[in-house]
Design a protein. Structure first.
Length: 404
């Protein structure tokens, strides 16, 4: 090796050391010196790109990776790095193509499988992502990030027990990772195991005391246990740490509502809407509290906004139908109940109230048809109280002898 090439290698190695210490700006200087000495030192060009990527100079990083690949077309590292840069820019298909090439060049490249899995997860292709994470962990059984990402993907698919297993592996290998405790807590909560969820949120908060999301979800778990005031205390801290946290305002609102403090609940829902008006659940919840206060016009407006954002929620149509019926808007109420049934053909309560409103407006035959359908559903669902109620309503109609 010539003295000039050796000097270039020295600068490149110095840059690598600094990059590992996250001193990327200083590393750039060393990599650039190496390249100025030896413009065809592909490793230095690739490494400079990696530091640029760490500094979020993504376009410049891609230019370096392109140059490195011109010099060394078989550089799996450069393909992998370029794929990461493209992924960060949202060029997901091109990123996958780069990861594919990296894997073709190095079939045991755990990081490339992992990175491809991350992109597939961002495309909501969770099963394909899990397959990539599986491959990563086969190659490198200590790949903690892959276990964590696989747990996240399994949670997205509702495979919460399997996700918990992955998070446990992460915690065993990295017991100081607050996010792993938090994620496992979320999975426990989805399974209704709120006490275990709270233990995990406690662990996450002991490691990261300013973890606003952990306070929020610990509040949700306490709500699940009926500990509404304790939940409010957690939501208060979450909001203090993250003042623009719309979800925390919404969740505190639901806790206030559970305590029949609907005015406070509405104030929280309003603040959540101010922060993020595209959040359908908060409009729905505000409607619930407005209806509880007898403010049916306002409740109808809130549920209409929720439906405008998510038109596939049968419960929102059903609740709006109830409010319209209580406001003597019977035709509109019937339309809402029918829409709820269209979205959920087994919606027992919607059939019951559809029948009752039709009875109110004198559509007796249609009312009976709706109530008989409700009767069948109540029997099928084992809902004895509803079955008795509907049977009595039908008997009352028959005894009254009303005509259609």
């Amino acid at each position: 090796m010539s003295d000039i090439r050796m000097l270039a290698e020295i600068y490149n190695r110095q840059g690598v050391v600094k990059a590992k210490q996250d001193l990327h700006q200083e590393a750039l200087t060393d990599f650039s010196k190496a390249i100025s000495i030896d413009p065809r030192l592909a490793a230095a060009i690739n490494n400079r790109g990696a530091s640029k990527l760490a500094l979020k100079l993504r376009d410049e990083a891609i230019a370096d990776f392109n140059e490195a690949l011109k010099i060394n077309p078989d550089s799996f590292d450069s393909y992998n790095n370029r794929g990461s840069a493209k992924s960060q820019l949202g060029d997901f298909q091109e990123a996958i193509a780069d990861f594919d090439k990296a894997i073709e060049l190095k079939p045991d490249f755990a990081a490339a499988y992992f990175n491809r899995g991350i992109v597939k997860a961002r495309l909501n292709k969770y099963k394909e992502a899990i397959a990539d994470y599986d491959q990563s962990t086969r190659i490198d059984q200590g790949y903690v990030e892959a276990y964590n990402a696989r747990g996240n993907a399994k949670s997205k698919l509702g495979l919460f027990a399997e996700a918990i297993d992955d998070y446990e592996t992460v915690i065993q290998n990295d017991p100081e990772r607050a996010e792993a405790y938090y994620s496992r807590g979320l999975a426990y909560a989805e399974l209704g195991r709120y006490k275990q969820a709270i233990q995990d949120y406690d662990a996450a908060l002991s490691l990261k005391p300013d973890y606003a999301e952990a306070f929020n979800d610990r509040g949700n778990a306490k709500t699940g246990l009926g500990l509404h005031q304790e939940a409010i205390d957690d939501f208060n801290v979450s909001i203090h740490l993250k003042p623009q946290y719309a979800i925390a305002y919404n969740n505190r609102g639901t806790a206030y509502a559970a305590l029949d403090q609907h005015e406070k609940a509405i104030a929280d829902y309003d603040e959540a809407i101010r922060i993020d008006s595209s959040y359908p659940e908060v409009h729905y919840n505000r409607g619930q509290s407005e209806a509880a206060l007898g403010k049916y016009s306002e409740a109808i407006s809130s549920w209409s906004k929720a439906i405008g954002i998510n038109s596939n929620d049968p419960v929102a149509y059903y609740n709006r139908g109830l409010a319209r019926a209580l406001s003597s808007q019977f035709d509109k109420a019937i339309a809402d109940f029918l829409h709820a049934i269209e979205l959920n053909p087994d919606y027992l309560e919607a059939y019951v109230h559809l029948g009752l409103v039709r009875k109110t407006v004198g559509k007796t035959q249609l009312a009976k048809e709706g109530l008989r359908r409700a009767q069948d559903l109540a029997r099928k669902q084992g809902h004895m109280e509803a079955l008795q109620f509907v049977a009595q309503a039908l008997a009352d109609m028959d005894s009254n002898g009303a005509s259609p």
